[in-house]
Design a binder for this molecule. Structure first.
Ligand code: F0G
Length: 467
């Protein structure tokens, strides 16, 4: 990718939030109290929080000003109209349904679609999309492209495997497929982007087979930036026009606006089908809120109306994507294998490769995530067999992830490059001590989305004798 590196952050800091590094002995205590699950740590006990880029953005002066303009009327607020106007403009859909976050939009959609015993196809389901499909007895099927697993730094590793997807559609028929989704960028394969060409191909197959096609758009602006940089024919096109062209290809949009909405909460559904819109708005009144606010306050919608425009700014995206690259290169220098090229929102370390002495059953990704906290007060997230594995509720099969990854997600506009230099120093210390890292086993776990709340213990721990 041609670099147009910004000299430094394209913003200056107006308001600061102190952070503190606890001494090592306290970090050791905290992670034991959290049962080795980083989701159970308290935020003040963390120095650099790279758990997620979701809902963690810093707002701009325009967004803080917009907050004060929030119209909190129950119905027909000005803030909803502002939000609706911006969403319609970018996402090119007739109807806009605000929701409190992405999974609420998923819950609504899966509640009205007939998914029981049927297939929901995706390039790769994110965990809540998979959870919502299974919750309604649907069967999530992923078609990541073959390149997604390649070590080559290819530009569009998030793509759908068109051949396998088309073959599945031909085998099972439209009656068994209530929904096709595309996740941009493709979070679960390393935050990798999807090309416009691939989206158009999927769209065309859906159109021919009369399959509803939705885009899971949480990181749509970052995806559009990669299209501009790396796909022929888009270099001169403004990001907004690329987004408009992209969303014309689909019937509907599922959005977690906690990412590329540059907001701390929010989401929406946008679609063209009037009948589906009626069904969704009838249901949302009892589970999410009146159709002109969903689960949001007026001020949240005002903030989103500004954030969705700001995120399309070229300088912002250029710095954002370059910061992820900068951080990734630092980790490689220190000897950590990462998914290459870096995507738009996170650096993914291949913990399976990094810790070959820990078997997948003992969660090498979790071992590394725990070590980042112990060594440097840094929080990251395992995206491997702890998150994606488990017992398949439909088949009873014990699933393992294709790769044991650890995601270090970059909150938007929050940390400077010197924070990432510090994380790289911690990585350096972990590299020199890697033989001593141990695996973990599950002590207790819920059935769905177990990684959020499960308790773990070191795999070789000897249980104290009873009595
Ligand atoms: N779709 C994708 C691709 C996501 O990454 C997420 C959330 C959701 C849907 C659900 O949205 O959180 O607003 O309910 N991803 C977060 C993450 C949690 O850390 O990657 P939500």
């Amino acid at each position: 990718m041609k670099r147009t590196r910004q000299p430094a952050e394209p913003y200056r800091i107006k308001s600061v939030e102190p952070i503190k590094l606890l001494p090592r002995h306290l970090r050791e205590e905290k992670i034991i109290q959290a049962n080795y699950n980083v989701f159970k740590l308290d935020a003040p006990d963390i120095y650099i929080d790279l758990l997620t880029d979701s809902g963690t953005s810093a707002m701009s002066i325009k967004q803080w000003a917009a907050l004060m303009l929030g119209d909190e009327s129950y119905a027909g607020s000005t803030s909803f109209r502002n939000f609706e106007r911006v969403v319609k403009d970018i996402f090119r859909k007739e109807y806009v349904i605000p929701c409190h976050q992405g999974r609420a939009a998923e819950h609504l959609l899966f509640s009205v679609l007939d998914t029981k015993g049927k297939y929901v196809l995706n390039n790769t389901h994110f965990d809540t999309t998979k959870g919502n499909t299974q919750h309604k007895q649907g069967i999530p099927v992923d078609f990541p492209c073959a390149e997604s697993m390649s070590a080559e730094p290819l530009p569009f590793k998030g793509n759908m495997d068109i051949e396998k997807f088309e073959q599945f559609v031909a085998e099972h028929g439209a009656g068994k497929i209530p929904l096709v989704l595309m996740t941009i960028t493709n979070n679960s394969v390393g935050g990798q982007p999807v090309s416009m060409k691939n989206i158009k191909e999927v769209s065309e197959i859906c159109y021919r087979n009369k399959l509803p096609f939705f885009i899971d758009s949480a990181r749509f602006a970052e995806n559009c930036f990669f299209i501009k940089k790396n796909e022929a024919g888009y270099a001169q096109k403004p990001i907004k026009e690329i987004a408009q062209e992209l969303f014309k290809q689909c019937d509907g949009v599922l959005m977690s606006a906690k990412k590329d909405g540059l907001a701390n909460i929010g989401g929406f559904l946008a679609l063209n089908d009037e009948k589906l819109y009626q069904q969704l708005t009838e249901l949302m009144v009892i589970i999410e809120g009146f159709p002109t606010y969903g689960g949001l306050a007026g001020r949240d919608m005002e903030i989103l109306a500004v954030g969705l425009e700001e995120v399309l700014d070229y300088d912002y995206l250029d710095f954002r994507v370059d910061q992820v690259r900068y951080f990734g290169e630092k980790l490689i220098e220190k000897g950590m294998p990462i998914v290459e090229p870096t995507g738009g929102n996170a650096v993914f370390i291949d913990a399976g490769k990094f810790l070959p002495h820990i078997p997948a059953e003992q969660f090498p990704g979790q071992s590394l995530a725990v070590e980042f906290y112990r060594e440097g007060g840094i929080r990251s997230a395992e995206i491997g067999s702890l998150m994606l594995g488990g017992i398949d509720p439909n088949t009873g099969e014990n699933l393992m992830a294709a790769r044991e990854l650890v995601r270090l997600a970059l909150p938007r506009r929050v940390y400077t490059n010197s924070h990432f230099d510090y994380v790289a120093e911690v990585a350096d210390r972990i590299v020199s001590n890697k033989e001593h890292l141990k695996g973990y086993k599950i002590k207790r776990a819920p059935e769905i989305l177990r990684h959020f709340t499960c308790d773990l213990q070191p795999a070789e721990a000897v249980m104290s004798p009873v009595g």
